[in-house]
Unconditional design. Structure first.
Length: 93
């Protein structure tokens, strides 16, 4: 999978919604749920989607009800179509 160009990334990022932004060679979402249990439930849903896609994000639970999701295709050294596809799948959860 080839890296997307900067212009491709910037053009596609708004379609993911306001939770998503770019940080260098990654796209990142900061999500908040009503409590810790709801965050853990979301992590489990994301894990299932990631396994299906064979593409695994970095996830950080912080502040007991916040989840930071970081997507990048390590083998390509940056952001690819796989990252946008998984971000879209995460948005649908």
């Amino acid at each position: 999978m080839e890296r997307l160009t900067d212009s491709d990334i910037e053009a596609r990022l708004p379609a993911l919604g306001p939770a998503w932004h770019r940080e260098g060679d990654t796209i990142v979402a900061e999500l908040e749920r009503e409590n810790f249990v709801a965050v853990i439930a979301l992590v489990n849903l994301i894990a299932t989607a990631a396994e299906r896609a064979d593409h695994h994000p970095d996830m950080l639970i912080h502040g007991y009800r916040r989840l930071r999701i970081t997507l990048s295709t390590h083998s390509a050294g940056g952001i690819t179509e796989n990252d946008f596809a998984l971000a879209s799948a995460i948005n649908a959860l």
